[in-house]
Each structure stands twice: as structure tokens, then as C-alpha cells.
Design a protein around this ligand. Structure first.
Ligand code: CTP
Length: 402
């Protein structure tokens, strides 16, 4: 990735991960970026101004009240000349300050006084990351348009295990490239459906299925990570939707179809939702009661097939329409027939028999069926499968344009 001519303001917060920011500087500069470092007081407990300035080849800014700097380059100017501000590590405290709009030191003042895009790489103890206050702050920052890379899950310096480790320098570099418009899916719009649908029987009961929404959420995140603008149409899923995508929440298949149609035009549409095939035609307006008249009678009617509707659009059809085929037997034959029947370009078949643990689990084994043939994607995490799909889509779009 070429970052020639790009100017990055790097704010280094006070966390053990600050040492990785030194490597980050090296990686960014290798790709041609200019990096101006800002070190918080806490950050200076972990890395020295000298190491940071040596690696950046520039002066380190660390004091809001340094009059020489104010004369030389005011703090407002400092943040505005940059193409991107990267906060790495973004500690729980820095995130709280950013979310609250504080401006009591150079870093927080720069962040408040700028309209330059911001990318943060959070790093903190797992309990701090999962704490309700940090969740709230993250929600606020995301809504404010601040992009996030990581944190990753793993062993932490404090001896605990879980999400909270700062993303690796190369992951941050990739996110920087995407924020600066360099992702392979930059400028593309992708619609993703995900999760189950709930079809009401009465106001308190519904028909549903075991989909957790994990695969759809991972796909949306992977597409976002390659620079796509993603509209994520989700039924009531267990998994939270990814950050940095446009979320449309729906309950029923009919609402999902409306939301997908409303999100078009799109370059690509991916149908990962486990849509209920039927809904109750005579859903009751009030809670159904047991009574002398015996068991209730439910009339089922077929739901609209969202994938087939979009795949068969005569005008404004997305260039690439991808479906899933959830099967419990004859996976390949059923999926191949389903692709033709529904009119989609690609279908990803998976075996959802209970013994596979795929539905609701963290892993998936997929078979990609296209007009060109069949590819097996052996069992891997849903996140890895999503990354593979996103890459494959980027390559396909690029190849079909050359
Ligand atoms: N799908 C859809 N709308 C529906 C049903 C399914 O968009 N009403 C999509 C799913 O998101 C998936 C694909 O169609 O991408 C196949 O779903 P699947 O449940 O495997 O197939 P069905 O159409 O339900 O067929 P069958 O139940 O006969 O296997």
C-alpha cells in the first residue's frame, strides 16, 4: 500500500501497547507517509519522546502550553494539516475524554479542534474494554464517525485473556490505507442480510430459527475492512452488529425485503439471513389463550424470497448477487440447483445439520458454487470465511472491470 504524500498525526496514549506504536511509525514511513507524533503524559511513561521523534524523524509534540510550539504551529493547525489522525493505543481514558469532548491536554484538544478523520486502535484490559462505560463511549465515538481497528483477542500483558489487545501494526496500517480511500472495495456499496427473522403468531409469540447472525456480521465487517460502504439489514440476531456499517433492523421477512429494496442501488448484495420461509396468515392481534375451543389453528403462507426477488430484478440488479444454501443433506446438489432456481451468481453452501455445530457456532465450512465451478472452503472461523469472501468479491469486481 502506498501512503506517499499522506500526513498522519499519531497520538500515542498511555498503555503498554505504546511500544507497538514505534513499529507502527516504521511501517507507515516505509510506505511513504509523514508521521507527526503527539505523546500524552501517560504515553511518555511507556515510550520516550526521543525514541518516537527518532523514528518519526520529527519533533514530538506533548505540551499544550508550549508557547514555542504555539507560535510555530498552533495546536489547531497541527491537527488540520494531517490527512488522518491515528490514536494508538487509544486507552479507556483517552476514549472517555474523546467521547466526553474534553480538552485538558494536547491530545484531547487536538482531537476536539479538528474535522480531520480519526482512526483509533483501542488497547486496554479486557474488563475495561467490556465495561458498560467503555461500551457507551465506543457507541458515542462510532456515532461521531470515528473508525476503530481492533482490539484483538488474546493473552494480555496484565495476564488476562480476551478482547483488549491493540491491533497489530500491519492491521493498523491496512486500516489507515482504507480510511485514506485505498481499500480494494472503496467506493463500492454492498448490502448484506443477516440473522433470523421473527414471524409473529400473536403479539408475544413468533416463528424463528437458530441463526445467530454471526456469519452475516462477520461478512459485513470484512467488507467494511476492505473499504466498502455496507448496509447491514439484520433480523433479531444474538450477535451485535459490526461497527462502521449502516444498520437497518427488521423483524419479519417482509420488512427485510423492504429494507433491502430501500438500500439499493448496490454493487453487490449478499443474503446471509436465515429468512423464515413461512409466516402466519392469521396472526392474532391479542395474545392467544388456551380455552375450550381446542388447539389454535395456524394458517401459514409463504414469505417473499428476498434473494430471488433481487437476483431477478430487471433493472438496477446488483452486479453480483450472492446467496447461501443452508442444507442438511445432498449439500452440493441442492446448492447447485438452488443457485439456478434463485437466479443468483454465487451460492455458498453449508451443512447445517446439528452435528456440524455450524448454525449458532463460531465456525463454518463452505462450498462456493459459481457459473465457473465449485470451490471448497474447509472448516475455519466464520471471521476467516468472511475475510475470504470479501477478498474474493474484491478480486471478482476488479477482474470483471479489466
Ligand atoms: N432467502 C431469502 N428469502 C427467503 C428465503 C431464503 O432471501 N424467503 C435466501 C437466504 O438468505 C439464502 C438463500 O435464500 O441466501 C437460501 O436460503 P435457504 O434457507 O437455504 O433456502 P430456502 O429458499 O429456504 O429453500 P429450502 O428451504 O427449500 O432449502
Amino acid at each position: 500500500m502506498n501512503l506517499q504524500g499522506k500526513h498522519i498525526l499519531l497520538i500515542v496514549g498511555g498503555g503498554i501497547a505504546a511500544y507497538k506504536s514505534l513499529d507502527l511509525v516504521r511501517r507507515l514511513r516505509e510506505r511513504g507517509a509523514t508521521v507527526t507524533p503527539v505523546l500524552t503524559r501517560a504515553g511518555a511513561e511507556f515510550v520516550t519522546p526521543l525514541s518516537l521523534s527518532s523514528l518519526c524523524g520529527r519533533k514530538v509534540y506533548d505540551d499544550l502550553w508550549d508557547l514555542t510550539d504555539e507560535a510555530e504551529m498552533g495546536h489547531i493547525q497541527l491537527s488540520r494539516v494531517a490527512d488522518l489522525i491515528v490514536v494508538a493505543p487509544a486507552t479507556a481514558d483517552l476514549m472517555a475524554k474523546m467521547a466526553g469532548g474534553h480538552a485538558d491536554d494536547l491530545a484531547s484538544t487536538l482531537l476536539l479542534a479538528t474535522d480531520t478523520p480519526v482512526l483509533m486502535a483501542p488497547a486496554m484490559n479486557v474488563r475495561m474494554w467490556t465495561h458498560a462505560a467503555t461500551r457507551r463511549n465506543l457507541g458515542t465515538l462510532t456515532a461521531d464517525g470515528i473508525a476503530t481497528v481492533g482490539p484483538n483477542e488474546g493473552d494480555m500483558a496484565c495476564g488476562e485473556f480476551g478482547p483488549g489487545r491493540m491491533a497489530e501494526p500491519l492491521e493498523i496500517v491496512e486500516a489507515v490505507g482504507i480510511r485514506l480511500g485505498g481499500g480494494p472495495l472503496a467506493g463500492r456499496h454492498v448490502v448484506v442480510t443477516s440473522g433470523p427473522t421473527h414471524e409473529p403468531i400473536d403479539p408475544v409469540r413468533y416463528i424463528a430459527n437458530r441463526s445467530s447472525g454471526a456469519q452475516g456480521a462477520a461478512i459485513a465487517a470484512a467488507l467494511r475492512d476492505l473499504g466498502a460502504r455496507v448496509t447491514f439489514v439484520t433480523g433479531p440476531a444474538d450477535r451485535p452488529p459490526p461497527q462502521g456499517v449502516d444498520i437497518r433492523r427488521v423483524e419479519t421477512a417482509a420488512e427485510m425485503l423492504d429494507a433491502v429494496e430501500g438500500a439499493l442501488p448496490a454493487d453487490v448484495a449478499i443474503f446471509a439471513a436465515a429468512v423464515a420461509d413461512w409466516r402466519v396468515a392469521n396472526a392474532a392481534g391479542q395474545k392467544m389463550k388456551k380455552g375450550p375451543s381446542g388447539l389454535p389453528h395456524l394458517d401459514l403462507v409463504e414469505n417473499p424470497d428476498i434473494l430471488a426477488t433481487i437476483a431477478r430484478m430487471e433493472e438496477g440488479r446488483p452486479r453480483l448477487v450472492v446467496g447461501f444454501a443452508a442444507e442438511t443433506e445432498n449439500v452440493l446438489e441442492n446448492a447447485t440447483a438452488k443457485r439456478v432456481r434463485k437466479g443468483c451468481d454465487w451460492i455458498l453452501a453449508n451443512d447445517v445439520s446439528p452435528a456440524t455445530g455450524i448454525m449458532g457456532g463460531a465456525e463454518n465450512a463452505l462450498t462456493l458454487v459459481t457459473t465457473d465451478g465449485v470451490e471448497d472452503w474447509p472448516r475455519d472461523t466464520k471471521v476467516a470465511q468472511a475475510a475470504r469472501l470479501a477478498r474474493r468479491i474484491a478480486d471478482h469486481l476488479e477482474a470483471s472491470e479489466t
